[in-house]
Design a protein around this ligand. Sequence first.
Ligand SMILES: [Zn+2]
Length: 218
Amino acid sequence: MPLNKIHSSKQDALNEVEATMLLNACRDLLDNLTIRLPLYTGMRIGEVQHLKTSWLDWEKRIIIIPARQKCSCYECKKWRNKIWTPKTQAGQRSLLITSELELYLKQLVDGINRSRQSLEQRFERIRQRSSLQKVCYPHALRATFATGLSEGGISAPSLCYLLGWESLQTAENYIQSSMKRAHAEFEGLRQHVQVNSSLQSDDSAKINMYNKQDKNDQ
Ligand SMILES: [Zn+2]
């Protein structure tokens, strides 16, 4: 997926309605995991692709992304000497198994065991069935997860940890853009309130006028 520096996946984060459209278009276990893992944990597609049931700690209810894993998928054979590692060192992290994931992860046998391309194609089929018109690709779900957390007020170090970013700056950028959006919404709301209150004062002026007329009629 061509993602240049000008167009960030942050701009393609989905809102709740759009995310629900994708969820409703899922037909089987793998469809659900393809959407739910990045949406509810922020996992990268390469991490989803390499998830094994051995990563799941049901006692602590966490997914543990390892620092390295033997792998004989096409890409790991060709590019990585049969050893998969997360994209960055910070990619080695643990993520919570939320209620939105539990049912699906419990049904998983061995692991996802699909190529990146196959997951991307699956994602595209789900998107087409969902009738979602907006630009959408797996990484946009990770951006959706990050945006939700930053709008919820998460700290930059926690956001950085959960997303497996090397630099705190990336987390701070997310939080900054959430702050800008919050300020814009607040400003919009304030203008709306001001319009309403000026309408109300017009109304109260009218009421006073009628009251005066009533008194005059008596
Ligand atoms: Zn692999």
